[in-house]
Design a binder for this molecule. Structure first.
Ligand code: MRU
Length: 345
């Protein structure tokens, strides 16, 4: 089954509601920048590339919504819409990358009618969507070569089709390896507190009959110490110019454990996730989410009343722990600022 995380349908954006997967599979509809921003904030859609694609459609939807207004109101409405989208989540740089690409297209055609501007923006959103799938397939085939036949691959969070326009980045590498005829089995960290591993990665792999074993986050070290993990492959939300990697909270622990056990730690990373304007990981903004996600589930709270809670959603893995970044332009072993600069030249 091909997972269509986002799709354009009759003038609206439809996105799978990832908050309630896998128990319930439904699409929600979005018709403005504000509604898409709320979808990103509340995590109907999540995962860095998918957030970028959704934001691009959000800009196009806003232009379509404002077709009939004066030029001045169009200008104001579009700027407000883009600002609202930019404030939806802070860590994944793909959001800002997609917004800046959409703004550039807008500026290039600003003298045209509102309808023409909206059509250009919609075409660009479709292009960002299609490009994301192409990139994931290329990146996937580069990464697949690094996995041996029979490998047990541990992943954290969900960097699958659900986190992108399709195929996935980390899970894209696994899919590409399986397509190339390799037998790969996946070990999915559950990924507290939002459970992207248990709910989304496990679901994607089960759908495709790729063997998958779910573990609690604190089981990874035990599995590694028993020789049950051959490689780690994760996605990323932002890579700094020196190669430091921001990804889902808990990734850093996995990277430290992988180094301790001499297991390669690979990061699947489209170029749109590399932020050359940020020197190192310590400058990457880390989203702090609501304490309720840690306290319990819905109305049931298992944590002691009155306890203080921290809920950072991402952490930073220093470049020195990264065996390689796997990009659409090839594999960058032991990434550093020089190697990343070359990538962009
Ligand atoms: O909070 P989320 O679910 O948006 O976090 C997602 C991740 O951390 C992914 O690993 C990352 O975005 C890469 S997705 C290809």
């Amino acid at each position: 089954m091909k997972v269509e995380t986002l799709r354009w349908s009759d003038g609206v954006l439809e996105m799978i509601d990832q908050r309630i997967l896998p128990a319930t599979f439904i699409y929600l509809q979005f018709d403005s920048a504000a509604s898409v921003a709320e979808g990103i904030r509340s995590m109907v859609v999540r995962g860095a590339p998918a957030i970028g694609v959704a934001a691009a459609y959000g800009v196009a939807l806003e232009a379509l919504r404002l077709l009939a207004v004066t030029d001045e109101l169009f200008q104001r409405g579009m700027n407000e819409g883009i600002n609202t989208l930019a404030q939806s989540r802070p860590t994944a740089v793909n959001l800002f990358w997609a917004l800046s690409r959409m703004k550039q297209v807008w500026q290039g055609v600003a003298s045209e009618t509102n309808t023409q501007v909206a059509m250009h923006l919609l075409a660009e959103a479709h292009e960002i969507f299609a490009e994301d799938i192409r990139i994931n397939r290329t990146l996937g085939s580069h990464g697949a070569e690094l996995l041996r036949d029979g490998a047990h691959v541990l992943t954290h969070c969900n960097a699958g089709a659900l986190a992108t326009a399709g195929h996935g980045t980390a899970l894209g590498i696994i899919r590409s390896a399986v397509e190339a005829g390799k037998k790969i089995s996946v070990i999915a960290d559950e990924t507290r507190p939002f459970l992207q591993g248990a709910r989304l990665t496990a679901w994607e792999m089960v759908q495709e009959k790729i063997p998958v074993t779910l573990i609690t986050d604190n089981t990874a070290g035990f599995m590694m110490s028993r020789g049950e993990v051959d490689a780690v492959v994760v996605g990323t939300d932002r890579v700094a110019a020196n190669g430091d990697v921001a990804n889902k909270i808990g990734t850093y622990m996995v990277a430290v454990l992988a180094q301790r056990h001499h297991i390669p730690f690979y990061v699947a990373c489209p170029l749109s996730t590399i932020d050359m304007s940020i020197a190192s990981g310590k400058d990457i903004p880390i989203e702090e989410r609501h304490p309720d996600e840690v306290k319990g589930f819905r109305d049931f709270h298992w944590a002691a009343q009155g306890v203080q809670i921290r809920n950072p959603s991402f952490d930073i893995t220093p470049a020195e722990l990264v065996t390689a970044l796997i990009t659409e332009k090839g594999v960058i072993h032991q990434p550093d600022v020089k190697k990343l600069r070359v990538l962009f030249n």
